[in-house]
Design a protein around this ligand. Sequence first.
Ligand SMILES: *[C@@H]1O[C@H](CO)[C@@H](O)[C@H](O)[C@H]1NC(C)=O
Ligand SMILES: *[C@@H]1O[C@H](CO)[C@@H](O)[C@H](O)[C@H]1NC(C)=O
Ligand SMILES: *[C@@H]1O[C@H](CO)[C@@H](O)[C@H](O)[C@H]1NC(C)=O
Ligand SMILES: *[C@@H]1O[C@H](CO)[C@@H](O)[C@H](O)[C@H]1NC(C)=O
Ligand SMILES: *[C@@H]1O[C@H](CO)[C@@H](O)[C@H](O)[C@H]1NC(C)=O
Ligand SMILES: *[C@@H]1O[C@H](CO)[C@@H](O)[C@H](O)[C@H]1NC(C)=O
Ligand SMILES: *[C@@H]1O[C@H](CO)[C@@H](O)[C@H](O)[C@H]1NC(C)=O
Ligand SMILES: *[C@@H]1O[C@H](CO)[C@@H](O)[C@H](O)[C@H]1NC(C)=O
Length: 909
Amino acid sequence: MGGRSFKLPYALLSLFVLVHLRLVLGGVIPGVGDANNISCPEGERQALLEFKKGISDPVGWLSSWGSEDEKRNCCNWQGINCSNQTGHVIQLQLGFDSLEGMISPSLLELPYLTYLDLSYNDFNHSHIPEFIGSLSNLEHLDLSECNFSGPIPHQIGNLSRLQYLHLGDNNLTNSGNLEWFSHMSSIEDLDLSSINLSGANDWLEVVSSLPNLKTLDMSVCNLSLMSLSSFFQFNRSKSFTSLESLQLSDNEMNDIPKFIGDICTLRKLDLSGNNLNGQLIEHINDLFGCAKDSLEVLELAMNQLWGSMPDFAMFPSLKEIHLWSNKLNGTMPKTIGKLHNLEYLDVSLNYLQDVISEAHFSNLSKLLSLDLSGNSLTLDFDFNWVPPFQLDYLYLRSCKLGPRFPNWIRTQRNFITLDISNTQISDTVPAEWFVNLPPKLRSFDISSNQIHGQLPNVSTMSSSVQIFDLSANRLEGPLPLFSTNVSFLNLSKNRFSGPLSPLCKINDGQLDFLDLSDNLLSGRLPNCFMDWPNLLILNLANNNFSGEIPSSFGFLSNLQTLSLHNNTFSGDFPNSLKNCSNLRFMDLGNNRFSEKIPAWIAEDLPQLIVLILRSNKFSGSIPWDICKLKYLRILDFSLNDFSGMIPQCLNNLTAMAHKAYSSTNLFEGFFLLPIFSYIGDYVDSAVVALKGREYKFGKNLGLLKVINLSSNNLTGKLPTEITSLLELVVLNVSKNNLFGEIPQTIGQLKQLESFDMSWNQFSGEIPSSMSELQFLSYLDLSFNNLSGKIPSGTQLQGFNATCFIGNRALCGPPLTPKCPGEETPNQSLPTDNGSTEDDEDNRDEFKKRFYVGAGIGFAVGFWGICSSLILKRSWRHAYFLLLDNMKDWLYVTMVVNKARFWRMFQRQG
Ligand SMILES: *[C@@H]1O[C@H](CO)[C@@H](O)[C@H](O)[C@H]1NC(C)=O
Ligand SMILES: *[C@@H]1O[C@H](CO)[C@@H](O)[C@H](O)[C@H]1NC(C)=O
Ligand SMILES: *[C@@H]1O[C@H](CO)[C@@H](O)[C@H](O)[C@H]1NC(C)=O
Ligand SMILES: *[C@@H]1O[C@H](CO)[C@@H](O)[C@H](O)[C@H]1NC(C)=O
Ligand SMILES: *[C@@H]1O[C@H](CO)[C@@H](O)[C@H](O)[C@H]1NC(C)=O
Ligand SMILES: *[C@@H]1O[C@H](CO)[C@@H](O)[C@H](O)[C@H]1NC(C)=O
Ligand SMILES: *[C@@H]1O[C@H](CO)[C@@H](O)[C@H](O)[C@H]1NC(C)=O
Ligand SMILES: *[C@@H]1O[C@H](CO)[C@@H](O)[C@H](O)[C@H]1NC(C)=O
């Protein structure tokens, strides 16, 4: 039961531990044959060896299987269980073993096999072999998530002893109806999820008459009420006589099928992710058969239900209510407080409006997990209220709890996760509670409040907390001492002052995230970074740190993000960064670094995507080596003392030339977090000068491709090669000593939005191809030696004349009405109007490109590894589109996926 209340990331973590324990410990309990010295028959041993031949086993799971003498007794092999009387192989437990290949028909030589579990292996799109239907003693068959495709062999229907059949999460098809299935009268546990059953009009008739069926999972089967037409014919009295768990999530139901209320044995109903719309209360009425007395778990998350929460007191057995991500916009009646069995309540991500009081919780003495996040709920309790429950998990993000720090939270001593972020608390730090936090607390988030004052020495409290998010408050004073094993620490956007050195006490090597940005910290960095070899993200931006970068930065070999932006760091380009070979994002901007950029930068930091050196005192020429940074998308060397020529090899910055390297997520595809590291809502952000202004880009930074060399002392021509960076969005070479002509091929840069070459000595005419830059919405060619006529009849006329001034020999609209010796210009007015509209269009396009679709990429980055391991179901990207706030977005990601993890837990027992 406890597993149900798991929340990410612990759910993930535990699952991972589960999987890997098997890897480490060698998994399955040794066969019973061991104890009784029973040996398996030679024929069965040969059959198993034949089976192994068809399988590739990259992890070496089956290394105990072999023909060697010491491996003779196959009852001792990994995953094999023999009968303790006869020595025959009766069980093959090879689930979750990352095996690949084909299933050999030699399994037919195991005539006593009752149990076959091959789940979570990879059979490479092959078909489920038909001979499985001849393993006639099978009682348990698990082929879920095996990467099978093709039709389900109807021979499986011959397995009349089968009690457990899981075929879910493959790419299987079923042609026609389910009649073939109707003889499997022993079936108790059936999982047909992800099989398209829209053509099986008899599905309900068939499954409802399986007399022993207890658990049915038909999620993602394209079932709709339409496909229930047969339902009117089926015999209610003979249907679902023992069903306890019915999962129909991720189908196309727009009503709760009425028969469900009549299943008197039903304990769990999952209709998440359907098209249920209308008032929740009306749908709940459909469950008012005898099922309402037995129902323990009700999952209706991710539908379109609106209205108030119904009077759940009608369901006296309820233990779990999952209603997250609907459109509930009414109130939450106090009757919920009568559900004395309730352990789990999740109504997050709705629009509920209510004041929650003690009465809502009066009898909920068993409540373990409560999630009210993302509603308009005010929690208003008597200051001295002592809740009847002790919670493990509490999520109240964006509810109103403040202004005082809620006292009742201090009565809860079992917390594992506590999230009271953005809850309008503006109180002083509850210092005595801080030093006495609940002993099991792992994740602690009080961010985005107005909590002020000085933190006590946090290390004196229990050392269990590994995830601290205290960001965006008004905390002040020196950095406190945290416990040694913190892994995630976000103290950004506060008023902490003094040196960083108190954090050196975090020396267990687990720290992977440290964000101290936007504080008042100062002084030199201590040389203790060797204690943080797992650090992935280090953000010290917007403080007053000074001095050189300590040599122990050389130990940060996993570092992917480094922002030192806006401090007063000085010295050469930090040599210790040479070892940070995983760096993707590096912002050293707005500091006092000086001297040359070393040539090793490309050799040793080959993964760089963002390189910002803006506003320092770097000098010398720009090394050609930077052209080897083939992933580079943002190159900002502006406001330095660089001299010499712009390297001609810029065309080698191939990420700027290819669309493939464009995504909202900067790191998509290769942001390899250690599995299940918690990264909170962090997203790399950088200030990018664009269209003559500075913008802070966060989520959408990954869509930009920027070269900014402005305000240096560069000379020579603008290399034509630059015009092969076809996806470039921003090009700024202003305020240098560049000369020569604008490359004729400039028109190739079709994505260019912002182009600034002002304050140079460019000469010659403006190339007519410039009019092909249809996204261009900022252009500055002023103060050069350009001459000739501004190409006419183009959107160039839509720009302000100030964009062209300071070029003595330039003429034509918008600068001058006409060029010397020209006829009066024709129809300058319509052109002007048209251009302005274009400009508007462009702006819209800009918005579309940069502000829509945000977030998706990050999900892939964050969950990438997990998804290939566990998640196959489609995610609900649409949610992400609606959410602006990264934190909310991340929260949704977690919530949306949590159901999937519960599935996994239940499956794994
Ligand atoms: C178990 O079998 C092995 C040979 O397979 C034999 O040498 C040994 O004595 C047997 N042990 C028992 C307790 O029967
Ligand atoms: C043999 O297995 C059966 C069921 O698997 C069990 O009930 C029985 O106790 C076992 N006998 C011995 C001697 O281990
Ligand atoms: C599923 O199988 C069909 C053929 O049966 C194939 O066309 C399709 O690409 C497969 N889908 C996936 C996701 O593998
Ligand atoms: C709730 O939403 C429904 C459907 O959008 C709407 O008709 C109803 O007026 C809303 N109720 C409240 C109280 O906002
Ligand atoms: C730079 O950091 C200081 C704090 O050290 C802050 O006050 C200032 O606003 C920051 N400047 C920018 C441009 O962010
Ligand atoms: C640019 O790329 C070409 C082809 O990949 C390579 O031959 C050349 O050496 C590269 N130039 C630089 C300066 O990296
Ligand atoms: C710019 O570079 C030239 C040599 O290319 C040098 O003479 C001049 O002093 C430099 N100007 C500045 C401001 O550094
Ligand atoms: C052009 O820019 C100047 C200076 O920024 C401003 O005063 C003027 O109004 C602008 N003209 C138009 C037509 O936008």
